[in-house]
Design a binder for this molecule. Structure first.
Ligand SMILES: Nc1ncnc2c1ncn2[C@@H]1O[C@H](COP(=O)(O)OP(=O)(O)OP(=O)(O)O)[C@@H](O)[C@H]1O
Ligand code: SF4
Ligand SMILES: [Mg+2]
Length: 365
């Protein structure tokens, strides 16, 4: 089965940034050694395995990977939400240094919404068809501040609609009266109205047509600036991520296998899986005539073997890959790596070193 990555508008890249890591260098979100399992009848799905990741205040981090690699499971865990029967078996999720997995129900409510807002994988079904848009804003804001006056909410909702490019008269309408793109923007507005520091967007454009999808990154970039957001954008759509991400985490089989700036990923992917993904999408940076489908499919997460999870599909597999699992380590360019490629990918800041989980990129000293 070929890889299922896609590109917006038919081509990926070039990334919009200059390749440097955006943000302040302050870690807003730290994921530490996170493992999440789904116990099912035939065994245990290891959806996320020993995953660690820092998200810096002010950056846009893209999380990409094929279907089933654990992107949504990771995203939900950041709010300590798990799809049944999932459970976090180990690890920490630190928001501003505080482990949210240790919070009680009241304290976690103060994080979900006001600190971290999430747009779910299928946002269009999240609106109540029997409630006007205005009532959605009232319900959302009163859930966090029961005493807030209606007039105050309406004023803020009207200003938010203006930022979203929607006429304020739409506030009195119902979801069925709005287009798919408008409903998606309303979902973003309902998230941002609580003024979160971090916005988590899980496949925010999957339910939209390509024309509406094309305007999404522009809107997100504008909102990010206006609301001082840090963004984690989860997507299987490399083209979409390339348009806005400062850094990209590539996931495979519940692990991060490469973490680098968007420009590094697009100009010089190091992990063989990342290279395979890049070969699957049109890339206007490279003068490439043919797309190459990646052979095989992701591994069974129930019956994992102690080898590199990518080994069965890897064109560079060697003996050690079949006996051990590589860890995500600061990248060491493999012997013989083209100096031109290394030079054209700006170095990531010291706070966010490039990392790869592949024996070909392990330091030997
Ligand atoms: N509720 C569940 N019960 C059992 N297994 C699950 C459940 N939800 C997800 N999984 C499994 O966990 C793994 C990771 O799934 P997840 O939905 O996190 O992947 P994803 O990368 O978001 O995929 P997609 O791109 O299709 O949204 C997959 O093997 C999936 O089958
Ligand atoms: S560790 Fe081996 S199998 Fe895994 S990606 Fe690297 S070369 Fe390929
Ligand atoms: Mg998902």
């Amino acid at each position: 089965m070929p890889a299922t990555m896609t590109a917006t508008g038919g081509s990926a890249g070039p990334p919009s940034g200059d390749g440097a890591v955006a943000g302040t260098g302050e870690v807003l979100l730290g994921v530490r050694n996170l493992s999440i399992h789904y116990p099912i009848a035939i065994g245990t799905v290891r959806a996320v395995t020993d995953l660690s990741l820092d998200v810096y205040r002010g950056e846009v981090l893209g999380v990409v990977g094929e279907s089933g690699c654990g992107k949504s499971t990771l995203g939900l865990s950041i709010l300590n939400l798990q799809k049944s029967p999932g459970r976090i078996v180990s690890g920490e999720i630190l928001v501003n240094g505080h482990d949210i997995l240790a919070l009680g129900p009241e304290d976690i409510r103060a994080v979900r919404g006001p600190k971290i807002g999430m747009i779910f994988q299928n946002p269009l079904t999240s609106l109540d068809p029997l409630m006007s848009i205005k009532d959605h804003f009232i319900e959302t804001m009163r859930a966090h501040d029961p005493k807030i006056r209606k007039g105050q909410i309406i004023a803020r909702a009207e200003a938010m609609l203006e930022d979203l490019g929607i006429e304020k008269r739409r506030l009195s309408e119902y979801p069925f009266q709005l287009s798919g793109g408008m409903r998606q923007r309303i979902m973003i507005g309902l998230t941002l109205i609580l003024d979160p520091e971090l916005l988590l967007a899980d496949e925010p454009t999957t339910a939209l047509d390509v024309i509406v999808e094309a305007g999404f990154t522009e809107l997100l970039a504008k909102l990010k600036r206006k609301y001082n957001l840090t963004v984690v954008l989860v997507s299987h759509n490399l083209g979409l991520v390339a348009e806005i991400a400062d850094r990209i985490a590539v996931m495979y089989a519940g692990r991060i296998v490469e973490l680098a700036t968007a420009l590094e990923i697009f100009q010089d992917p190091r992990h063989p899986y990342t290279r395979g993904l890049m070969d699957c999408v049109p890339n206007i940076l490279l003068d490439r005539k043919e797309l190459v489908a990646m052979p095989g499919s992701p591994p069974d997460l129930v019956n994992e073997s102690p080898c590199c999870p990518f080994a069965p599909r890897c064109p560079k597999v060697f003996a050690r890959c079949l006996a051990e699992t590589p860890r995500l380590l600061a990248d060491a360019a493999p012997a013989g790596a083209a100096p031109a490629a290394a030079a054209s990918a700006p170095a990531a800041s010291a706070a966010a070193p490039r990392a790869v989980a592949c024996f070909l990129h392990e330091r030997t000293n």
